[in-house]
Design a protein around this ligand. Structure first.
Ligand code: NAG
Ligand code: NAG
Length: 568
């Protein structure tokens, strides 16, 4: 038992602690946990679905993986005629922390280096659209993935293969392209990546397929990989490639705006860098919404050719931020506490950005990176403290996450981290600099620390998979046990609501990642520990393209577990 005077002191401290700012201490550096020591495949691509499962995969050309397909399923590889009875794709069930193999029926290299997005058909299941793959004509394919409800390990989820991508048929293979969901709910697929033209097309396909060479295409084919694509509030799309960005009207096939180049960057390419769209606010009307893009790290000019010679140049330690909706947009440069190439950037439910994975030297590509960066860093976009202090170093992992690593946000606020394989095949030998990584890990940011569990909201209404319209009132009911400082209800201005779209993440870019901040209009206490917050959903499709989002309630910046909602 505490002595009475200690008890009082305890409360005073607790009170000071909670009263100091609008939220608890952010100094805590989060914690890491290895979820699986061997998931059998290297998580080169990851996507969270609305059934709380993650689809992940690597390349079928890697050779046999450490995960058998089971039930006697095997396939013969067209290129070398070898039989492979292992899976190169798996489904991770977050709730039960279990893995099961998925069968992708391919005689080729699989769905490696693909681009993808979740469809927005409004059904209770979500379809996973897969364009691309590597070599032998698979670049012309779209695969849909319908989450299987069966629990046996040999079900074939990637059943539907549609050979529909016209542009690929016409000699523009889609390899390292980027998908983005359009306001209509259809997808735009941009860039053949490694190919001669910077063409784009739509899925489901329309008659017209453009082979327009956009003014950001590099003549060096290797420099058009995975462009950074974000939907702008005016319905046009922002496309960043190499060191150049445009605003593109894909309806009229017209470049609307050319952005200035990032100063002092040379021709550093998207392939080595990472980017994120910062959370959008004031979405109740369709005017005056500001959109900002943040691009971090990368390899300085010449890094690639130097790395081929064994000279691993220090990566960039800067981030460049631009308000893409401005009349005269300018890049603002900020300095990170570390240099980083091949980072992953993930939006957290509280509006912060997690910069994670990657290396301090060298570049992306086979065996060209050195000095893994073990410490993630949190970037706080709205921190007024000034340059530099927006970055908060986090606790380190012990696992190098080099080329082909991934990180995605889960509904419980953790970040799932996997992958890393700078080798041509699976290689577990100590002779390679960085063996193929089969461990799956989770990073839990500070807000998941045990000491904040009393402050954490739990959403009790609406139910999962609720359908939302645009610009409509939404009431979210939640519970909070504690208020952070003695008796009384929680402070109304300590509550907020966000929506985050789960991304398709690969090669340092999270496609379709978007966070919408819904400002609370009213917070009401219903009974003790039970509250309601009223918000307005985003005003129109350009702000929130139709689809599935995770909706979070935050109390003192501590997020609830997200519920799944469908908008549009
Ligand atoms: C992959 O599987 C083989 C055979 O079961 C095993 O010897 C090896 O240790 C596994 N590799 C890893 C990294 O788990
Ligand atoms: C939503 O689904 C999750 C995962 O199944 C569950 O834990 C949670 O209670 C559900 N939330 C609501 C409000 O139904």
């Amino acid at each position: 038992m505490m002595k009475p005077q200690n008890f009082i002191l305890f409360f005073v401290i607790l009170h000071l602690f909670a009263g100091a700012g609008s939220s608890p201490t952010k100094a805590a550096g989060g914690h890491w946990r290895v979820l699986h020591h061997n998931i059998g495949v290297s998580a080169t691509h990851m996507q969270l679905l609305n059934n709380n499962r993650v689809v992940l995969f690597d390349g079928a050309h890697y050779g046999p993986s450490n995960l058998t397909m089971g039930a006697g399923n095997c396939r013969r590889h067209r290129r070398n005629n070898k039989v492979d009875c292992t899976a190169h794709s798996a489904e991770y069930d977050v709730a039960t922390n279990t893995i099961r193999p998925l069968i992708i029926d391919t005689a080729d290299d699989g769905v490696w280096c693909s681009s993808a997005a979740v469809t927005s058909d409004g059904r209770t299941f979500v379809r996973f659209v897969q364009s691309d793959g590597d070599g032998n004509g698979v670049e012309a394919k779209v695969r849909t993935y319908k989450p299987c409800s069966v629990s046996n390990s040999d079900s074939d989820c990637f059943g539907e293969v549609m050979d529909v991508v016209l542009a690929a048929r016409r000699g523009h293979p889609r390899f390292y392209a980027t998908n983005h969901v359009r306001p209509s709910g259809r997808h735009i697929i941009i860039g053949p990546g490694r190919g001669s033209l910077f063409a784009y097309e739509f899925f489901p396909k329309t008659q017209s397929v453009s082979s327009t060479k956009l003014p950001i295409s590099s003549n060096n084919n290797n420099n058009n990989l995975y462009p950074f694509v974000f939907l702008n509030t005016d319905g046009n799309i922002f496309i960043f490639n190499n060191n150049r960005a445009i605003l593109f009207d894909f309806v009229n096939n017209k470049v609307v705006k050319i952005y200035p180049e990032i100063p002092g960057r040379g021709d550093s390419t998207t392939y080595y860098t990472s980017a994120v769209l910062l959370p959008l606010k004031n979405l109740k009307s369709n005017v005056g919404v500001e959109e900002e893009v943040l691009i971090c790290g990368g390899a300085p000019k010449g890094s690639y050719s130097q790395a081929l010679k064994g000279n691993f140049i220090r990566a960039s330690n800067t981030c460049a931020r631009i308000k893409i909706t401005d009349q005269k947009p300018q890049w603002v440069i900020e300095t990170m506490p570390q240099a980083r190439v091949m980072a992953d950037m993930t939006l957290l439910p509280n509006g912060d950005v997690l910069i994670i994975n990657g290396a301090e030297a060298g570049t992306a590509g086979r065996n060209l990176g050195r000095k893994p960066v073990f410490q993630p860093v949190i970037y706080r976009p709205n921190s007024k403290d000034g340059e530099g202090s927006r970055f908060k170093l986090q606790n380190p992992s012990s696992i190098p996450r080099m080329y082909l690593s991934t990180a995605i946000l889960l509904r419980d606020g953790r970040v799932l981290v996997g992958g890393s394989n700078p080798n041509m095949k699976y290689s577990f030998s100590s002779e390679v600099a960085f063996p193929t990584e089969l461990r799956l890990e989770a990073f839990s940011p500070w807000y998941l620390d045990e000491e904040f569990s009393n402050l954490r909201p739990t959403i009790i209404y609406p139910p999962n998979d609720t359908k939302l319209g645009y610009r409509e009132k939404l009431t979210v009911r939640f519970t909070v046990i504690g208020n952070g400082g003695g008796g009384g209800p929680i402070a109304k201005d300590s509550v907020s609501v966000t929506m985050v779209s789960p991304s398709y993440t690969t090669n340092s870019f999270s496609m379709n990642h978007r966070e919408l901040v819904l400002e609370p209009e009213r917070v009401t206490q219903i009974v003790q520990n039970v509250y309601e917050v009223e918000v307005t959903t985003p005003a129109f499709r350009n702000l929130a393209p139709p689809g599935f989002y995770l909706l979070f309630v935050l109390h003192q910046e501590i997020p609830s577990e997200g519920i799944t909602v469908m908008i549009g």
